[in-house]
Ligand binder design. Structure first.
Ligand SMILES: [Cu+2]
Length: 95
């Protein structure tokens, strides 16, 4: 009986660890970028598209009036510079 309990707890722990490892790349983080140079809906769409530069970017929301982009991304994104570079490659400035 005692052995069974110990075994159960060991198994449970192992499952938890596996779950954490599988979830590692799914944990979401959020950042906001101030973007200069957007003037119309077309700019907004261009920047949104540009920011989805890798699969690690999950959600992009661009507020044209505020000149601000909210980006939700997974831990697999190597650096925030990747986002900055993508916006600049699209012809806008991150300030
Ligand atoms: Cu425009």
């Amino acid at each position: 009986m005692t052995n069974l309990r110990v075994h159960y707890h060991g198994l449970h722990k192992g499952l938890t660890i596996n779950l954490l490892i599988n979830q590692r790349d799914k944990i979401m983080q959020e950042t906001q970028l101030s973007i200069k140079g957007m003037s119309c809906g077309h700019c907004k769409m261009t920047v949104e598209k540009a920011l989805k530069v890798t699969d690690c970017v999950d959600e992009v929301e661009v507020d044209l009036e505020k000149g601000q982009a909210t980006v939700k991304y997974k831990n697999c994104l190597d650096s925030l510079d990747t986002l900055k570079q993508a916006v600049e490659d699209a012809g806008y400035q991150v300030v």
